[in-house]
Design a protein around this ligand. Structure first.
Ligand code: COA
Length: 580
């Protein structure tokens, strides 16, 4: 069974990301499972770009893996940054026209003059990445035809001459390896004979999920790493009769979403932290006027402009509390590329059912990660629409009527007799402005209480590993896969570990978490990618009296690099030992 991590590093603007993407897709089309991670500079040209892909011929992959099996270093910086992560016995493929590595026997080294071949044989420096792909195909068994097919798809629009040069570069790379190098390693990523895998990036799966949920109006302003949602939907949404509007800023984007929702359409926007900050006041309006709306926040490292192309899970508290006054809303965390699809359906269903803004948290790592996944079961999808007034209710229509579940039927403009003011000012059940304390408290209670129904949904947490563990791992968002993999490893080593992963982050699922912890958990590890341990803080605040003796170990890390399974396994071991 093969399971390898290939990492590609080099200068941004010189085609490193394309190399990794083409290699990834070629593997997926050869029937292999894939899981990528990329980290690149915020500049269009210059700085260090890295992409890695874990490739395996086994089940769907859960994490980016541990360490690196094959490092392709286009320059010295890539070697300096990544060589320490190359496993003992791993393979270094490098451009010896750029640099020479230190002499050691720890790894197998293949020097290939990518630059020289590209310049002297092809006459175009940019094609050095295709020279590298040609050499990888010869070294590790990915068929050259797959690369040719993909080069045509990716660069075809640049014209025949560009294609020809790239094909020639690919062949030159393969020829160099055949004539000059002797294979010394055992890495092989040959086709499996299985069907090509379905590969989607997180933002693509998310956009498709939104369309499946009934999205018809998308408004947004470009921002990394959410822009690819705007780009994808601009192509796809019109095909189902929807519209995409690029607004002048994020305030306007949420304004368009709320207006469209008022008019009866399912609408969403997507942004990242800085754009979400701008949406704060509009978010209050959505809560007050009880508009269904979906707001995706593809988190990146902040504050301010921060590190636009690096991941972090640092907008949790902001998503829960952003805004003045008290504005209850729902916050969901997407957990995997597959979950980006299904999670968006859940987000729209909640928005419609509870007439509330739903903030969906993804992050740069997940948004831009490509993974192979099973074909979604589109026929099994349940799509929910908002509650509409009956003919009887229309006779004396009250938009914000207090009902047993605190959800009021929502009329659409144009329905006869269903006039009402949709307003941010405090109002009565009929929607008339009112500043009386008793009315304010009544309506606050309605807005809070209606969301309690969210916590009764059947899917709000997932659990893995032992049902009654001594050490529990509770992470959130895109940490799910790596935690699951780590828990599997730890249990195989005889530790008593389980994991609970909440999909709903707010309202906080206290009851279900406390029930899980009360079964004998002694320590909880909370891995999350932020500096201060935001989820751990929430968890501590929500521990029931009987669970207050449980140690909550915050495992927080800022800086833009996701966890590896071994980092979490090591923490589990530490926590288990302290406990023994
Ligand atoms: N033949 C022809 N064209 C090629 C090629 C080849 N062999 N190899 C690469 N290219 C083209 C790519 O198609 C791409 O062109 P495009 O921009 O027209 O699609 C370009 O060269 C860059 O190559 P790519 O592989 O995509 O990226 P890279 O590894 O060189 O890194 C990035 C460049 C991704 C770091 C950079 O362009 C980028 O996007 N930076 C981030 C910007 C950002 O989001 N900033 C935040 C703002 S707040």
């Amino acid at each position: 069974m093969s399971d390898y991590v290939f990492r590609f590093g080099g200068e941004g603007g010189e085609g490193v990301i394309s190399t990794g993407e083409l290699f990834t897709t070629a593997c997926a089309r050869s029937g292999l499972e894939i899981y990528t991670f990329r980290s690149y500079p915020a500049e269009i040209k210059g700085g260090h770009a890295m992409i890695q892909v874990r490739v395996a011929d086994k089940n769907i992959l859960l994490s980016r893996g541990d360490g690196v099996d094959v490092l392709l270093a286009f320059n010295k910086e890539a070697y300096d940054r990544h060589y320490k992560e190359l496993k003992d016995g791993g393979v270094l493929v490098f451009d010896n026209t750029d640099f020479l590595p230190d002499e050691d026997t720890r790894t197998i080294k293949y020097p290939i003059p990518f630059n020289k071949i590209a310049m002297e044989e092809i006459g175009v420096r940019l094609t050095k990445n295709m020279v590298s792909l040609g050499s990888l195909s010869e070294l590790f068994g990915v068929p050259q035809d797959k690369f040719k097919e993909l080069i045509r798809e990716k660069f075809g629009k640049k014209g025949e001459a560009v294609l020809e040069k790239n094909f020639k570069a690919l062949e030159a790379g393969a020829k160099y390896v055949k004539e000059n190098l002797k294979k010394q390693d055992k890495v092989q990523v040959q086709p499996t004979g299985r069907q090509p895998r379905l590969v989607l990036a997180g933002n693509e799966a998310l956009s498709l999920g939104a369309i499946a949920a009934g999205l018809r109006v998308y408004a947004g302003y470009p921002i990394t790493p959410a822009s690819s949602i705007l780009e994808f939907l601009a192509k796809e949404l019109p095909k189902v009769g929807g519209v995409v509007i690029q607004t002048e800023d994020e305030i306007a984007a949420l304004g368009v979403v709320l207006g469209s929702s008022f008019a009866g359409k399912k609408a969403m926007t997507a942004t990242s932290g800085p754009g979400f900050s701008l949406m704060t006041e509009m978010l209050g309006l959505a809560v007050m006027a009880e508009f269904p709306a979906v707001i995706v926040n593809a988190q990146r490292a902040g504050p301010s402009t921060g590190m636009p192309t690096k991941m972090e899970q640092a907008d949790l508290m902001m998503s829960i509390y952003a805004g003045h006054g008290e504005a209850p809303r729902v916050v969901l965390g997407l957990t995997s590329v597959e979950d980006c699809f299904y999670g968006m359906i859940r987000a729209f269903n909640i928005a419609e059912t509870f007439q509330t803004p739903v903030i969906v948290l993804t992050d740069q790592g997940l948004a831009q990660r490509e993974a192979s996944l099973l074909k979604p079961d589109v026929l099994g999808i349940e799509v929910v629409d908002r509650k509409k007034p009956t003919a009887e209710e229309m006779a004396h229509y009250e938009r914000f009527k207090i009902t047993p579940d605190n959800i009021s039927p929502m009329a659409v403009p144009g329905m006869p007799d269903a006039f009402y003011s949709a307003t941010g000012i405090e109002h009565t059940e009929a929607g008339e402005l009112n500043y009386e304390p008793a009315n304010h408290n009544k309506m606050m209670n309605k807005r809070y209480q209606k969301l309690q129904g969210v916590l009764k949904l059947p899917w709000i947490v997932k659990t893995y590993g032992l049902e009654k563990p001594e050490v529990a791992v509770i992470g959130w968002g895109s940490g799910e896969g790596v935690i699951r993999e780590a828990v599997d490893i730890a249990n195989k080593e005889g530790l008593k570990v389980g994991a609970l992963h909440p999909k709903i982050l707010w309202p906080f699922p206290s009851e279900i978490i406390n029930k899980y912890l009360a079964q004998g958990v002694k320590r909880v590890i909370v891995p999350e990618l932020n500096f201060s341990g935001q989820f751990a803080t929430l968890l501590k605040a929500h521990l029931a009296n009987g669970n207050r003796n449980i140690d909550v170990i915050s495992m927080a890390k800022g800086g833009g690099i996701p966890w590896t399974p071994s980092e979490i396994v090591n923490k589990i071991k530490e926590a288990s030992k302290i406990h023994v």
